[in-house]
Design a protein around this ligand. Sequence first.
Ligand code: BTN
Length: 324
Amino acid sequence: MSPAAQILATLRQQDGVSGADLALRLGMSRAAVWAHIEELRGAGFEIEASPHRGYRLVTSPDRLLADDLLARLGPVQVIGRDIRVFQETNSTNDVVEKLARDGVAEGVVVFAEAQSKGRGRLGRQWLSPAGKGLWFSILLRPDLRPQEATRLTVATATAIARAIQQQTGVAPDIKWPNDLMIAGKKVCGILTELSAELDHVKYIVLGVGVDVNLASGEFPSDLRRIATSLRIAAGRVLPRPELAVAILQELDREYARILRGQFADVADEWEQRCTTIGQLVSIRLGDRVLRGRAEALDESGALLLRTEHGRLERIIGGDVTVEK
Ligand code: BTN
């Protein structure tokens, strides 16, 4: 952790700490501590200094700062060991894809305050305005077969739904395979991109977009009908860094469960949150449309669809519409 991150972590643990204590703890001079405090103030942290109580963290900015996120996150097993933040990039999935090809270790998370070419599934665009959401991608190198990669999408949706519920009190539904919905409108999407050989996954880029603080007027009119934000659902503006940290903690926990072979536990919670199971659905797969009842998930995370002709089909992708 950088010195600024260590100072933030200490200020979060202790309500008031002297410059001398900080200097001792970090092994630097009091002047150097003061310079880092000034740097943090410059980044928008309100830090009070008084002769009696020392330094106190009063407020934090609603900005994504790698040091701040690392300091809040604390120890993790894999996801969030390395966090990088861009003010703007084309797509965080592209940034992580490049890190993957450069051999960077799994667990790195790349956030962007804004994306100029955010993309969704099936070649769609993903609206990513500055400071309004969480737009990030994670590099994973799991020991899985390509056909088991859907497990990660299922685990991701479950972890994010749980974190959103903790932070906002609103419980999103999951629409298979990867949409989080509130009151029938999409609030979060997941884009899983895979590089694999025949029998094993080389790496996975897990891209997540959460609409956090968009007001309804900030969605283009064609999206207003189908998309929502946590701000609209919860009726208040939410602190993005806190939500980001809660999401990473839950993702780290779920990833560890997948690696321990406990997918069945993840799937149980997923099924409780999923509104697709039990419904009559139509699934568009390229030019083909399959209709039937969504019965369950199989052990690799695929959807089992009982078609209108009575056959059981295993679906690993596609666009699902719940029939009314
Ligand atoms: C979907 O279509 O539902 C998936 C949307 C995924 C959007 C996220 S935002 C961060 C990451 N970078 C991208 O370009 N896309 C994903």
